[in-house]
Design a protein around this ligand. Structure first.
Ligand SMILES: [Fe+2]
Ligand SMILES: [Fe+2]
Length: 159
């Protein structure tokens, strides 16, 4: 789901074919670190408690570590895997990056990931209609790039 949304978004804003490909691979691999998060946490039917949340938040670094020595994985893809939970205002994780340090590829990936998560059901909540999910993105001013969220409208509200 994240990959489909992200590739659609990259095409919508006219990324080069190389960057569309990179973003597609980054989206496919972005949560691979969750393979090392205990199932009790991954499959928990309720919200995570703070301790569990802390463990869950390790997944971007775990994913980065898993992929960083693989020759075919480009720096752009590693950047996406490690930084897809960063926000422009520095409130994200794992590196609390600020806007200038967050690449366009990562910005698109983050928006696509949040949206895809909201429109899919989770053990603790049902899937959200696309309009509502898009409204949440619009409310994340300061964290996500406003012009990008605006451009994402055409991706979010199709179908
Ligand atoms: Fe993630
Ligand atoms: Fe994700």
């Amino acid at each position: 789901m994240v990959t489909g949304v992200a590739v659609g978004f990259a095409l919508e804003i006219g990324f080069s074919s190389l960057d569309v490909k990179r973003l597609g691979i980054a989206a496919t691999l972005h949560d691979i670190g969750k393979a090392h998060i205990p199932l009790l946490i991954l499959d928990k039917p309720d919200r995570l408690d703070p301790g569990e949340e802390e463990i869950m938040k390790r997944h971007p670094v775990i994913g980065y570590e898993l992929l960083k020595d693989i020759e075919d994985i480009s720096p752009e893809i590693l950047d996406g895997v490690r930084h897809h939970h960063e926000y422009l205002d520095g409130s994200g994780y794992p590196d609390a990056l600020m806007a200038p340090e967050i690449s366009d590829l990562v910005r698109l990936l983050t928006i696509s990931d949040i949206f895809a998560a909201l429109i899919e059901s989770r053990p603790y909540r049902p899937a959200m209609p696309r309009q509502n999910a898009y409204k949440i993105l619009c409310g994340m001013d300061g964290k996500l790039e406003r012009p990008l969220v605006k451009a994402f409208r055409n991706v979010a509200l199709v179908v």
